[in-house]
Design a protein around this ligand. Structure first.
Ligand code: ADP
Ligand code: MG
Ligand code: ZN
Length: 476
């Protein structure tokens, strides 16, 4: 029997508010352990949580960006479980009434554009962090992260391959970063993904039993883990066995998923309404204010780049994969209005430079204005396209303006025939055999003469001038 995979994602994104969700402790990453804590986030008796308004603003941004219905009234609940990183013995989370439901996200897959339905988005607090390796034989706990705001985004099981799951996760990450609500950093844990995976007989409307994969802290692992889990389930089913509903961990060393624990059910958590927080009421005016302030979204910008700038869907997709990159592109374009040329430079040399130095586009060592200036020098034939690469590298190194680099390196193109004539005559004088062959009809030797002239001028000869000049000299 043929099986097809069914995948749904649960994604946690840390919101980058300045303070925590229910107290005024700082949320900055990397502070010394237990320096950003207070009686509220430590769960000491006799204190009350107060909801951070900014957290709601951020969640609304996301909810609107994925076209969710927003609950005019949502509630917080206590999710009870014991773990040493959870000081209160429960996590405050939205359960029955989340802040937003029924959204959709467009993703680009190899099979084209797909819609992934978003089941719900809810608010919750993060737990602390166990530190296992700092003290031999001891585990310690850092509560700085306890109470950091999270949104959990739950997709419907609409994904049908590891690549589609990866694309969905990338789109979500790009979106939270685009909206400025989360760093979306998988490695640092500000963006976390659990993947639910099941198989069903090809074409069947009935979903199979799923497992939930955790410990997926890079895009590569997410796709790899899902792939291995699909293989494992296929084997189990093919041998006539049954998939057990459970939580599994991905072990990157052995490249396989391993059973971690039986799947917990909602009733295991003894959810009950949080008595210390009133229901969260959101008026229309609040939603409208957030909507008004939304930036142009990646999807809309991608379509605009393709439709009104004539870029290919691929180029438009790359340029809108990150808001800072899209801003960079448009800033350069406003000064050098040739979309395809600017796109090639941004996606080529600029992205290579950013990747190499691990920088975001808004910290690019070559400013968009400077790149536009460089492209203008090429367009005016002051420098050749080839020298432009060299100038760009130097600009990235020293931060100098393109004109300054061209002057300092003597790279300006020689476009006047008069300036090239003596050199061109020298080239022809050195190569009498080729000249004779050319005059006898071997016209493709022109490339050879131009090449020689380029060598002599270290690539500075204007190719058009060089061609015309050599043709004239060879005729006489
Ligand atoms: P829980 O919160 O207990 O993990 P949910 O029913 O809320 O359970 O589902 C969580 C995630 O699992 C959702 O992303 C959903 O799309 C996905 N999911 C549910 N059923 C299946 C299934 N049979 N196969 C794959 N994914 C599934
Ligand atoms: Mg789950
Ligand atoms: Zn606190």
């Amino acid at each position: 029997m043929e099986f097809e995979p069914v995948i749904g994602l649960e994604v946690h994104a840390q919101l980058k508010t300045r303070t925590k969700i229910f107290c005024s402790c700082a949320t900055a990453f990397g502070a010394p352990p237990n320096t950003q804590v207070c009686p509220v986030c430590l769960g000491l008796p006799g204190v009350l949580p107060v909801l951070n308004r900014k957290v709601v603003d951020f969640a609304l941004r996301l909810a609107l960006a994925v076209s969710c219905e927003i609950a005019r009234e949502s509630r917080f609940a206590r999710k009870n479980y014991f773990y040493p990183d959870l000081p209160k013995g429960y996590q405050i989370s939205q359960y029955e009434l989340p802040i937003a439901e029924h959204g959709r996200l467009e993703i680009e897959t190899e099979a084209g554009t797909r819609t992934v339905r978003i089941r719900r988005i809810h608010l919750e607090e993060d737990a602390g962090k166990l530190v296992h390796d700092a003290h031999p034989g001891k585990s310690r706990v850092d509560f700085n992260r306890a109470g950091v705001p999270l949104v959990e985004i739950v997709s419907e099981p609409d994904l049908d391959s590891p690549a589609a799951a990866g694309a969905c996760l990338r789109a979500l990450r790009a979106l939270v970063r685009w909206l400025g609500i989360s760093d979306g950093n998988l490695e640092e844990g500000s963006f976390r993904c659990d993947a639910n995976v099941s198989l069903k007989p090809q074409g069947s409307p009935v979903l199979g039993t799923r497992t939930e994969l955790k410990n997926l802290n890079s895009f590569r692992f997410v796709e790899r883990a899902i792939e291995r889990e699909i293989e494992r389930q296929r084997e189990v089913l093919t041998e006539g066995g049954a998939v057990v509903q459970e939580t599994r961990l991905y072990d990157p060393e052995r490249d396989r998923t391993v059973s971690m624990r039986g799947k917990e059910e909602a009733h295991d958590y003894r959810y009950f309404p949080e008595p210390d927080l009133p229901p969260l009421r959101i008026e229309e005016a609040w939603i409208e204010a957030v909507r008004r302030d939304l930036p142009e979204l990646p999807e809309a910008r991608r379509r605009r780049f393709a439709a009104s700038l004539g870029l290919s869907p691929y180029d438009a997709g790359v340029l809108t994969s990150d808001r800072a990159l899209a801003d960079y592109f448009e800033a350069a374009l406003s000064r050098f209005p040739q979309p395809k040329t600017v796109a090639n430079w941004v996606m080529g040399p600029l992205l290579a430079l950013l990747n190499e130095r691990g920088l975001e586009a808004d910290a690019a060592p070559v400013a968009p204005e400077a790149l536009a200036g460089l492209l203008a020098l090429v367009a005016q034939e002051t420098i050749s396209a080839k020298s432009a690469k060299e100038v760009f590298a130097e600009m990235a190194e020293s931060g100098a303006a393109p004109e300054a680099v061209v002057a300092a390196r003597g790279l300006s193109q020689i476009s006047a025939e008069a300036d090239l004539e003596a050199i061109a005559r020298g080239v022809l004088a050195r190569c009498p055999a080729e000249v004779e062959a050319y005059r006898a009809g071997k016209k493709k030797l022109m490339g050879f003469f131009v090449g020689e002239l380029m060598k002599e001028t270290r690539g500075r000869a204007n190719p058009k001038t060089a061609n015309e000049l050599l043709a004239r000299l060879l005729k006489s």
